[in-house]
Design a protein around this ligand. Sequence first.
Ligand code: GUN
Length: 278
Amino acid sequence: MAELIDGKRISKEIKDELKAEAEKFKAEGREATLAVILVGDDPASAVYVNNKKKACEYIGIRSLSYELPKETTEEELLALIDKLNNDDSVNGILVQLPVPDHIDENKIIRSISPSKDVDGFHPLNVGALLIGEKGFVSCTPAGVIQLLKRSNVDIEGKECVVVGRSNIVGKPMGVLLLRENGTVTIAHSRTKDLKTICKRADILVVAVGKPKMINAEYVKEGAVVIDVGIHRMDNGKLCGDVDFDSVEPIVSKITPVPGGVGPMTIAMLMDNCISSLR
Ligand code: GUN
């Protein structure tokens, strides 16, 4: 039986560390402030934004909330970001994605000052990660590294396979594993013989966005499996990109869905907010 990597517990541990750190900064008269911008009324986005605000409250980060109507123009949104970029009391700016179709997402990402880009999506922060310089790191892959480290999984020298090459997860995940001295393969939808590649992995990180795609045929005995996917099935239950019941009996450690990677994303967002005070 595999050991479950408990993202709920580990994210709580990180949030409690950050809370203590925030209190120390507060005693010095310093406080982090996160501005969260939501455009439109997508219910899932509203839930995410609310969870981010609640996490801020728990840790002691001031949060400013901007809930804008879906008709908001790109110019109006850019003007708000510009105002927040120039406001010294604001440390972090987050625009919840997706934005409505009439707004250019790439333009919005590039308009946020890299020094306040707590999502780590700005090309300058992505580039800094690639060349090993300081900068904000995308929260979900940063959370996966914490899950591995805090579960005593050694990355150095290991065969690491990432399935998925998105800008937000797959690519930065590969770079972070490389930074930890893993031997990294980034596989994707055009990869030939994906099963053989995945079966090589000591550490397999799956972020493909396809429910239960990775079954026991893709996994080496004793591997560590991290499942970034989250999907709602017809029966209302959640599942990941990994077929948990098929894979769990043969691996050494695995993240559940829910309660694995999911809670880590917000914890690492909070870490990015506090890190601007460090
Ligand atoms: N939408 C879904 N995930 C994210 C995220 O990590 N950051 C932002 N800004 N929007 C999202």
